[in-house]
Ligand binder design. Structure first.
Ligand code: SF4
Length: 607
C-alpha cells in the first residue's frame, strides 16, 4: 500500500501483549492518517461511558502518508483519544523527528489500550517492539526521560515521546513531549498516557516508506523547498520563530491581554520575537526535512537555564500577556518549566490567568490558595503555580483540573475562556471573526490548529481552489462562516497528512504530493471531501459523547466588546457565522447533527 508501511502496532498494557495488525486500508483511504485516521480507530473503540483515564480509552499515535518521505515539513505525528480535560475527542500533534522515526521503525501508528500494573516504557527498534520496566524513569522530567530511554536502548539516535511529572500525576493539562521540548500538548493526552502508566515510547529504524511515484514526489519536494525560500511568511518565522507574529498580532488586537479583557498594553512589545532573537536566542531549529526551521532554542541565564526549547507565540501569550508578565526572560523560564514537567503552555497559562482574575474579583482568596497571593504581573507566582500544578501540590491540585473546573468551583462558569472545556488559544475571535467558527465547531474544543482564520485573512495561507480566500477580518456573515468551515476542513486534512501548517505551498502541491505518495489519483474535490469527512467523523464521535448543538458557542467573556485596541467595540455575530458553517458542512442547524444525505455523501452512513 503506497504511502503506508501497512502495519499498526497494538499494545495491550493490561495483558502486557503486543502484536502487529494490518493497517485498515479502507480507513486509510477515507481518513488519510494522523488525527483523521486516529479518530476513525477511536470511533470503534469508545462509547458514551468510556472513562478517558480508564483502561478502555485508546491512546493512538499516528503519522500521515507523507511522513518520512522526501516531502518537506511533513515530519509530524498526531496523538488521539478521549480527552480527560473535555471528555470529548482529544487530539494534539507535534513536530520534530518522532513521527518519521516511527515510520522508519516499521509502523504507521500505535494503538495503546489497557493499564499496566507498574510503570513501563515501550521500545520499538526496526519492527521489534517490547515493553520494559520504567521504574527508573518514573518521576524523571521529560528531558531526562528521553535521554535515559536512549541510553537504556543503546540507541543514541532513537526518538522518544514521553510524559513528564504532570502526565504521571494525571494533570488534565498534561502533554506528550518528544525531541527535547516539542510537544503534542493540547487536550491533556499526557494524562491518558500517565493513566496507562506508560512513561515513554522510544523508536528507531531504517525502513523506507513506499511511495507510488518517487520521481513525482521528488519534483514536488523541490518545488516546495523553492517556495519556502521565497515565501515571506516562511522567511518571517525562520527569522523570529512563531514569536515573530506577536507584534502584528498586538496591532490587530488578536493577542489576548489580561485574561481576554484588555485591548492594549504597551509593555507587551517586550515579548516580541525580534527581541527574543536579539537577546535570548541560542539558535534556530528545524523538524525533519523542514526548510523553514521555525524552532527556537533560547536561554534564561537569570534562572540558570542554558537551553530552552521555545517559546512559541502561543506560549508567550499564555505565560506572558494573559497573566500580564512582560519580562521576556521570566516567560522563557515559565515555558521551560512547562516543557520540563510536560504541560500544555496554553491551558496552563490560561488557567493561571483565570485564577488571577478570580483573585482580583474576590472570588478566590488566600484561604483557597494556601496563603499564596495571586496577582497579575507576578512572574515568580506564575513559576510557582506551574510547579504546583505539575505536582498537584496544594492549590495546584485545583489548577490541574483546568480553567472550566476552576470557574465552576468559584461559581462563575461563564468566566472560563474555554470552548467545550478546552482553553481558548491566543487568537481572539473579536479580531478575526471567522475564528468564531474555528473555536465553536472545533472537534477538540477551542482550537487554532484546525481553522487558522487569522492566517487566511492576513493572506498567509490562501487556498482559492478550495474557496478559501482572504477577506475583511471583521466580516461575520454566513458566507464568512462557510469560508471558515472550509478552512477547518482543509486543516483537518493537513493534520491527517501530518503536514506542518507553516508550510503552505498551495493546494496543487499538496494534492500532487499526496497522489505521488499514495497513487490515489485524487482530484481537488476529493481533498475537500476528505477534510469534511474527518471533521464530520469527529463530530459523530463527540455527539456520541454527549455534545449538543448548545455546545457550539463562544465563551461569554469573548463576546464582551473591548474599549480599546485593534478590536475596539467589535464582537462577531456568532449565529450568522455558524449558520454558514452548518450549511457548508451539511449539518442540521437546529440539532447540529450531520444530515442523513451528508453522511451518505461522505461515506459515513454506516456510522
Ligand atoms: S515550520 Fe517549524 S514546526 Fe513546521 S516543520 Fe518546520 S520547524 Fe517544524
Amino acid at each position: 500500500m503506497n504511502g503506508y508501511l501497512g502495519t499498526i502496532l497494538r499494545v495491550d498494557l493490561t495483558a502486557g501483549r503486543l502484536w502487529d495488525e494490518p493497517l485498515n486500508e479502507d480507513y486509510a483511504r477515507g481518513f488519510v492518517g494522523g488525527s483523521g485516521l486516529a479518530a476513525r480507530y477511536v470511533y470503534d473503540m469508545v462509547d458514551a461511558g468510556t472513562d478517558p483515564l480508564g483502561p478502555d480509552n485508546p491512546l493512538v499515535f499516528m503519522a500521515g502518508p507523507l511522513v518520512g518521505t522526501v516531502m518537506p515539513s511533513a515530519g509530524r505525528y498526531s496523538v488521539g483519544g478521549l480527552s480527560p480535560l473535555t471528555r470529548l475527542w482529544g487530539e494534539a500533534n507535534s513536530g520534530g523527528f518522532f513521527g518519521p522515526e516511527l515510520r522508519f521503525a516499521g509502523y504507521d501508528g500505535l494503538i495503546v489500550t489497557g493499564q499496566a500494573a507498574r510503570p513501563v516504557w515501550l521500545a520499538i527498534v526496526a519492527g521489534r517492539a517490547e515493553l520494559r520496566d520504567a521504574g527508573e524513569l518514573w518521576g524523571l522530567d521529560s528531558y531526562a526521560t528521553q535521554e535515559r530511554a536512549r541510553q537504556a536502548l543503546g540507541e543514541p539516535k532513537a526518538r522518544v515521546a514521553c510524559i513528564g511529572v504532570a502526565g504521571e500525576r494525571l494533570v488534565r493539562l498534561g502533554a506528550v513531549m518528544n525531541d527535547a521540548g516539542r510537544s503534542a500538548a493540547r487536550t491533556g493526552l499526557g494524562a491518558v498516557m500517565g493513566s496507562k502508566r506508560l512513561k515513554a515510547i522510544a523508536v528507531r529504524g531504517s525502513a523506507a516508506v513506499p511511495v507510488a511515484d518517487a520521481a513525482a514526489l521528488q519534483a514536488v519536494a523541490r518545488e516546495v523547498n523553492a517556495f519556502a525560500k521565497e515565501d515571506m511568511a516562511s522567511a518571517s518565522i525562520r527569522l523570529a520563530g512563531t514569536a515573530g507574529a506577536l507584534d502584528v498580532s498586538l496591532m490587530y488586537g488578536d493577542l489576548p491581554i489580561r485574561y481576554f479583557q484588555q485591548g492594549e498594553w504597551a509593555e507587551a512589545g517586550n515579548l516580541s520575537g525580534v527581541l527574543m532573537a536579539e537577546q535570548y536566542l541560542n539558535r534556530g531549529r528545524a523538524c525533519y526535512r523542514c526548510p523553514i526551521g521555525c524552532g527556537r532554542e533560547t536561554r534564561a541565564p537569570r534562572y540558570g537555564v542554558a537551553s530552552v526549547d521555545g517559546p512559541e507565540y502561543e506560549s508567550l501569550g499564555a505565560l506572558g500577556t494573559l497573566v500580564m508578565v512582560a519580562d521576556l526572560e521570566a516567560v522563557i523560564y515559565a515555558n521551560h518549566l512547562c516543557n520540563v514537567y510536560g504541560l500544555d503552555t496554553i491551558s496552563t497559562g490560561s488557567t493561571i490567568a483565570l485564577a488571577c482574575e478570580l483573585y482580583a474579583r474576590g472570588l478566590l482568596t488566600a484561604a483557597d490558595t494556601g496563603g499564596l497571593e495571586l496577582r497579575y504581573g507576578d512572574a515568580a507566582m506564575v513559576h510557582r503555580l506551574i510547579e504546583m500544578t505539575a505536582h498537584r501540590e496544594g492549590f495546584g491540585d485545583v489548577l490541574a483540573e483546568g480553567s472550566a473546573a476552576l470557574a465552576e468551583r468559584a461559581g462563575v462558569p461563564g468566566l472560563a475562556a474555554a470552548v467545550n472545556r478546552l482553553e481558548v488559544p491566543l487568537h481572539d475571535p473579536r479580531a478575526f471573526a471567522g475564528l468564531a467558527v474555528s473555536y465553536a465547531l472545533s472537534p477538540r474544543g477551542a482550537c487554532h490548529m484546525e481553522g487558522d482564520m487569522y492566517g487566511v485573512d492576513m493572506g498567509q495561507c490562501p487556498a482559492p481552489e478550495l474557496g478559501i480566500v482572504p477577506g475583511d477580518r471583521f466580516d461575520d456573515t454566513e458566507e464568512k462562516g462557510r469560508v471558515a468551515a472550509r478552512q477547518q476542513a482543509w486543516r483537518n486534512l493537513y493534520n491527517a497528512l501530518t503536514l506542518c501548517q507553516f508550510q503552505n505551498p498551495g493546494v496543487d502541491a499538496v494534492l500532487a504530493a499526496l497522489n505521488a505518495a499514495t497513487g490515489w489519483g485524487w482530484q481537488l474535490e476529493e481533498l475537500m471531501a476528505a477534510g469534511k469527512r474527518i471533521v464530520t467523523l469527529k463530530r459523530l464521535l463527540n455527539l456520541r459523547r454527549g455534545l449538543t448543538r448548545e455546545c457550539d458557542r463562544l465563551p461569554e467573556l469573548l463576546l464582551q466588546p473591548l474599549a480599546e485596541g485593534g478590536t475596539e467595540g467589535r464582537v462577531p455575530d456568532v449565529a450568522a457565522l455558524l449558520a454558514g458553517a452548518y450549511a457548508e458542512y451539511g449539518w442540521d442547524p437546529e440539532s447540529g447533527r450531520p444530515a442523513e444525505e451528508t453522511l451518505q455523501r461522505l461515506g459515513l452512513a454506516n456510522l
